[in-house]
Design a protein around this ligand. Structure first.
Ligand code: PLP
Length: 406
């Protein structure tokens, strides 16, 4: 078997699989390198005592069900509880509108699996969530990116993009959006623009895929209404997760959609995982019943407000003139933009080896590989002093290289 070359057996599809730069960077954590890379939740946010009690209770009281196979769509009681939870967010749903998934990442994959044919036009914000690009790319859609400003996706640019697609004899099938505290930019789509996005979806008859991991701890006032809560015709597919609210290791996410789409997603999921982990479904069910999920929100807001503010203060203090950044209303990320002649991809090895700081180069989040002068910084994980130090190190790197290329 020594000289077996696996390459000659690989499918054409497998050549579309690309390593995630974020996952690659995780390897550097703990080697003196301060990571502003992955969006890893602060473990101080995990409700350890309550989860321990819940686990014991679930095993003791529901062991024979919680360790058994369950329906692909999810444990019925959990689907009901998630429908109720969604109702508290203004989203009308019944259990039949809910599919429980293994994190929202699986939800994105399943949606792409059942909706995308090769060369279908799919629009997203540019930049957008790397994991969505990874999931979508296997199905070979044509990805079209639309730029953002401080108020999120520019709706005039969206309309111009749609018109261009239509003029070329194609149609837009779906727009994938992260309207609240977007990954990677931290930007939030403003209320009027949300309405306009829905109008455009009606007018040009495309679906919307709303990805919403971060709205639960929106920091600046009233959380904006989700697209799904304003959806009159059932064209919004809403995807969310407990990863940032309880713990990502539970791998619990869900989809809210019309029943006929849920039925297709269930069939797709059967061939992939059969079902999500029964034990974790019961844990999430009990956490929802006890009000633990809702009870997490004030703590999360406190943790991430301090973290965001610490990063923003450090950026104000250390960054050289010519570098700009976003001021997010929540989420886990700040997006920085260096002068156009600075190449953040090329600087990453220098950052890791010499300055001992990790960030994610912005080009990986762009559908067209642009944005080489940008980067995503995560404020979610390092201790606060390391956060400040990480920003200071990154600033030193930029100062050195900006003076060199100017
Ligand atoms: C926008 C977005 N969508 C989906 C995910 C996937 O999260 P999970 O699979 O843990 O629910 C993430 C994780 O960071 C994200 O930022």
């Amino acid at each position: 078997m020594d000289d077996l070359r696996i390459e000659k057996y690989l499918s054409r599809r497998s050549s579309l699989l690309k390593a995630s730069q974020v996952r690659e960077l995780l390897k550097w954590i703990g080697r003196d390198v301060i990571s502003l890379g992955g969006g890893v939740p602060d473990p101080a946010s995990f409700p350890l005592d309550e989860l321990k009690q819940i686990l014991v209770q679930v095993i003791e009281e529901k062991g024979s069900s919680a360790l058994q196979y369950a329906p692909t769509e999810g444990v019925e009681e959990l689907r009901q509880a998630l429908a109720k939870f969604m109702g508290e967010k203004g989203i009308k749903a019944e259990a039949e509108n809910i599919l429980v998934t293994s994190g929202s990442q699986e939800a994105l994959e399943l949606v792409a699996r059942v909706l995308f044919d090769k060369d279908d036009t799919v629009i997203s914000e540019n930049p957008t969530y790397l994991g969505a690009l990874q999931a979508f790319s296997l199905y070979e859609p044509r990805l079209e990116g639309v730029p953002m400003d401080d108020n999120g996706l520019i709706v005039e640019a969206l309309e111009a993009k749609i018109k261009k697609v239509v003029a070329s004899g194609r149609r837009v099938k779906l727009a994938y959006l992260i309207p609240t505290c977007q990954n990677p930019t931290g930007k939030t789509l403003d209320a009027n623009r949300r309405k306009r996005v829905l109008e455009l979806a009606e007018e040009y008859d495309f679906l919307l895929l709303e990805d919403d991991p971060y709205s639960y701890f929106y920091l600046d006032g009233v959380e904006p209404r989700s697209l799904k809560s304003m959806d009159a015709s059932g064209r919004v597919i809403y995807v969310s997760t407990i990863s940032k609210v309880l713990a990502p290791g539970l791998r619990m996410g869900w989809v809210v959609a019309e029943r006929d789409l849920i039925e297709k997603l269930v069939l797709a999921k059967q061939g992939v995982t059969l079902q999500s982990t029964t034990l974790c479904m019961y844990v999430l069910l009990e956490a929802l019943k006890r009000g633990l999920v809702a009870g997490q929100m004030p703590k999360l807001r406190e943790i991430y407000r301090v973290r965001r503010d610490t990063m923003l203060e450090a950026l104000d203090e250390y960054m050289p003139e010519g570098v700009t950044w976003t001021r997010p209303s929540g989420g886990m990320f700040v997006w920085i933009e260096a002068p156009s002649n600075i190449d953040m991809d090329a600087l990453l090895p220098v950052a890791l080896n010499k300055y001992k700081v990790a960030y994610v180069p912005g080009s990986s989040f762009h559908v067209d590989g642009s944005g080489r002068n940008t980067a995503r910084l995560s404020f979610s994980y390092p201790p606060l002093n390391a956060l400040r130090e990480g920003v200071a190190r990154l600033a030193s790197l930029l100062v050195e290289h900006m003076s060199r290329v100017s």
